[in-house]
Design a protein around this ligand. Structure first.
Ligand SMILES: Cc1cc2nc3c(=O)[nH]c(=O)nc-3n(C[C@H](O)[C@H](O)[C@H](O)COP(=O)(O)OP(=O)(O)OC[C@H]3O[C@@H](n4cnc5c(N)ncnc54)[C@H](O)[C@@H]3O)c2cc1C
Length: 353
């Protein structure tokens, strides 16, 4: 294994993997240091990418830029790796009231929303599966990424390039001078993409993380269908008749424990919307690297220009990672600008406090 690299990337979740591909595309040599674990946020996540989110059903932040770019990026990597992990699947969001239906009839004519609207239903459209008395919205340009498959194929790709160290990064092995030296490896810069671990790290523990635990159920419903239903809870088809149901949001219990409370919350939410009977096959718990202002953390350390961070993807890693990895790589290599809303310079005052 050669020991000279342009960038060391610590962490191979959605953030580190996306950044590695972008730097690689710009002709840079990357070394990825990642300790393989099963319960990282990226491995627990359902992988949904949905342009209309939240209880109020609003278009997500930067939807147009993010969604165009994510489709391009993942499809390109699918081709490069001869694998498929991006699934464009319709999402159906039932309306909860006539007011909401009316509001969306207006929005459906608005060009800001049309790229994401497949069809608007004013009467029940999927009542065999759902309580959708007021109709609902079928969304396009959405679906899910099979994240574990994406990460595994990417890891193999970089391993074949002798660019992966499967170990826990040890800060005592790092030396920063004109270059970055880690053990016997040499690079120009080091970028931390370590998800929730960054909250207690050496360089970026001052960033305002706001971790959020999430739990997901694996179910097998009596009826099979090929659409994602989403209202209060998502019900998403996966392989072998298995469906994922999620997710909970808990800011108090930041543990990896699978809880009865989480399971019951999801069952109660299913009860409101979903008609078919089902059996529960499994449960997962993970922790989202969310931030106080719900925007990513991208950029360089306030005092160390060789140390950077790419994190804070919160509940939307699939959507945010490609776009901001592209921006960050362009900043690192071509000195382009990072979006002010994502650049960690917005928090430098916390570091100097
Ligand atoms: C229950 C749940 C459901 C979710 N559902 C969705 C969804 O449907 N759609 C969506 O877009 N997002 C979803 N998310 C959010 C998504 O998972 C995150 O935004 C994203 O995975 C964060 O990626 P990351 O690379 O920043 O962090 P991580 O996935 O945590 O990756 C960090 C990597 O760094 C490694 N690492 C950490 N410290 C070290 C160290 N010291 N040395 C070596 N390696 C280290 C870890 O092992 C890991 O591989 C969900 C999250 C949860 C918990």
């Amino acid at each position: 294994m050669t020991n000279k690299f342009d960038y060391i990337i610590v962490g191979q979740g959605l953030a580190g993997t996306s950044l590695a591909f972008h730097l690689h595309k710009l002709g840079k040599k990357v070394l990825i240091i990642d300790e393989e674990k099963d319960n990282t946020s990226s491995k627990i996540a359902a992988g949904l990418f949905n342009p209309v989110t939240g209880r109020k059903m609003v278009l997500t932040w930067k939807a147009h830029q993010l969604f165009d770019y994510l489709n391009q990026f993942y499809k390109n990597i699918e081709q490069k790796l001869s694998e498929s992990f991006l699934f464009n699947t319709t999402i159906y969001r039932p309306f909860v009231s006539l007011e909401e239906q009316n509001e969306w009839m207006g929005k459906s004519a608005d060009e800001n929303h049309t790229p994401f609207i497949k069809q608007l239903h004013t009467i029940p459209a999927y009542s065999q599966h759902l309580n959708d008395d007021f109709g609902g919205l079928e969304l396009k340009n959405c679906g899910y990424l099979d994240i574990p498959k994406f990460l595994k194929a990417s890891r193999t790709y970089f391993t074949n390039k002798e660019a992966v160290l499967n170990e826990k990064f040890d800060p005592s092995g790092l030396e920063i001078s004109d270059n970055v030296i880690y053990k016997n490896f040499n690079a120009k810069k080091i970028i931390f993409c370590t998800g929730i671990e960054e909250k207690s790290s050496t360089f970026f523990d001052w960033l305002p993380f706001s971790l959020v635990k999430g739990e997901v159920l694996e179910i097998i419903p009596k009826d099979n269908f090929n659409m994602i239903y989403n209202r209060g809870v998502f019900i998403m088809p996966r392989n072998n008749e298995k469906f994922l149901v999620g997710a909970t949001y808990d800011t108090k219990d930041i543990t990896y424990d699978k809880t009865e409370k989480g399971r019951n919350t999801l069952i109660d939410k299913l009860e409101i919307i979903f008609k078919p009977t089902y059996t529960i096959q499994g449960q997962r718990a993970g922790i989202r690297p969310a931030t106080k202002d719900r925007k990513p953390f991208v950029g360089m350390h306030p005092e160390l220009d060789k140390v950077g961070v790419f994190n804070g993807l919160g509940a939307k890693g699939v959507t945010l990672a490609p776009y901001f990895a592209n921006q960050f790589a362009d900043f690192l290599v071509n000195e382009k600008v990072i979006d002010v809303e994502a650049n960690i310079s917005r928090y430098y005052s916390l570091y100097f406090r």
